[in-house]
Design a protein around this ligand. Structure first.
Ligand code: GAL
Length: 349
């Protein structure tokens, strides 16, 4: 597919090897001819990436292609760092980039330079203009599930806070628009809305604390938090303000800590997206691309051949039938001593 390119980058690759600059966590098989797959993930504050996406992807690649090498990079929410990582991946001889961008627009340059060298780019979880393939969930639907859950849990009236994801993350815009499609014109009033620049729990906590001086906690009927990391920050802020009864708070990602909060009645819901399905499909696709196999089972998403998966709502009622049944979290992991009573109260054993 790109013998010429590999030869061309060979000299740079040698310089990098001599100067000791290598991919973070790169698994270098020491075989120059090994097919190389670069996996670029955006951040590490959200637990999914290092705990699930990376190992599931790597294991599936290994299973399907023993000689394939995965070069792994995490950008720690820095778009410029991610641009450099994409360049390193190409210099290292990547045959395909599986790319989850910190900033969908800023990544366009990296997509182009990969493609100029005939290296296909798979937009992983977040959309990138011009990518060769895209895999994700129905992200509008994620926002719809959050909005509908909040309507139901609040009884449909009162004030809510709304915490969205990073404005550079194309998914965040989709989650936000899905949630607005339910909330706008409903009986709920969004008294303050925040686009969290790095999705961080810290920013979410700070924003929520600062809002409590404008809207007293007992006048907040609910909080739309776009993911579990932020839900954790929101709940920490409410608890440190000694709120008597926590309002319903939404989330996304089915993080272990969020499932425990749900079991304990501190968080109302989360959205489970099977990372196993997403990461394994991405691995299959990447291996097919490096082996030159034809890929025919895609659907169209904005002109890009895609795989779009369905998100699932999780509340106290279906923890057992969703994340536990799927093997995403075990009852042992959820029901630690601290949560044992809460677990038995909802029959989780
Ligand atoms: C989104 C992703 C979510 C969540 C968030 C924060 O793009 O789909 O699962 O992890 O980023 O990183």
């Amino acid at each position: 597919m790109k013998t010429a390119t590999r030869a061309a980058v060979g000299v740079l690759g040698a310089i990098i090897a001599v100067t000791g600059v290598t991919a973070c966590g790169a698994n270098d098989a020491g075989d120059d001819d090994a097919p190389r797959i670069a996996l670029l993930l955006p951040e590490s504050k959200t637990t999914r990436y290092e705990t699930f996406d990376k190992p599931i992807f790597e294991d599936k690649v290994k299973e399907l292609c023993d000689e394939c090498v995965v070069d792994y990079f995490n950008a720690d929410q820095s778009s410029s760092k991610q641009q450099q990582q994409a360049e390193s991946a190409l210099t290292n001889g990547a045959d395909v980039l599986v790319f989850d961008p910190v900033d969908g627009e800023a990544a366009a340059g990296a997509v182009r330079s990969a493609q100029e060298s005939d290296i296909p780019v798979v937009a992983y979880d977040r959309f990138m203009e011009g990518a060769d393939y895209y895999l994700s969930f129905d992200n509008e639907q994620v926002g719809v599930l959050q909005g509908e859950a909040l309507l139901e849990a609040t009884g449909g009236t009162g004030n809510i806070l709304m915490l969205n994801g990073s404005p550079t993350d194309p998914n965040a815009a989709q989650f936000k628009s899905g949630a607005h499609s339910v909330l706008d014109g409903s009986g709920l009033t969004i008294v303050a809305e925040y686009d969290n620049p790095d999705w961080s729990p810290d920013n979410a906590q700070q924003f929520t604390s600062s809002q409590l001086s404008n809207t007293p906690a007992d006048q907040i009927a609910g909080v739309l938090a776009a993911n579990d990391g932020q839900a954790g920050g929101v709940i920490a802020a409410l608890r440190s303000a000694n709120v008597a009864e926590l309002p319903p708070v939404t989330g996304q990602d089915a993080e272990l800590a969020a499932i425990q909060r749900i079991v304990a009645g501190q968080q109302y819901m989360t959205v489970y997206k099977s990372i196993k399905i997403e990461a394994e499909k991405a691995a299959e696709l990447a291996v097919a691309l490096v082996q030159g196999d034809e890929v025919t089972d895609t659907e169209d998403f904005e002109g890009v051949p895609s795989y779009i998966f369905d998100p699932v709502i999780v509340t106290q009622d279906n923890v057992a039938d969703t994340v536990v049944a799927d093997g995403f979290h075990s009852v042992e992991d959820i029901c630690t001593d601290e949560y044992a009573d809460a677990c038995s109260a909802i029959g989780l054993s």
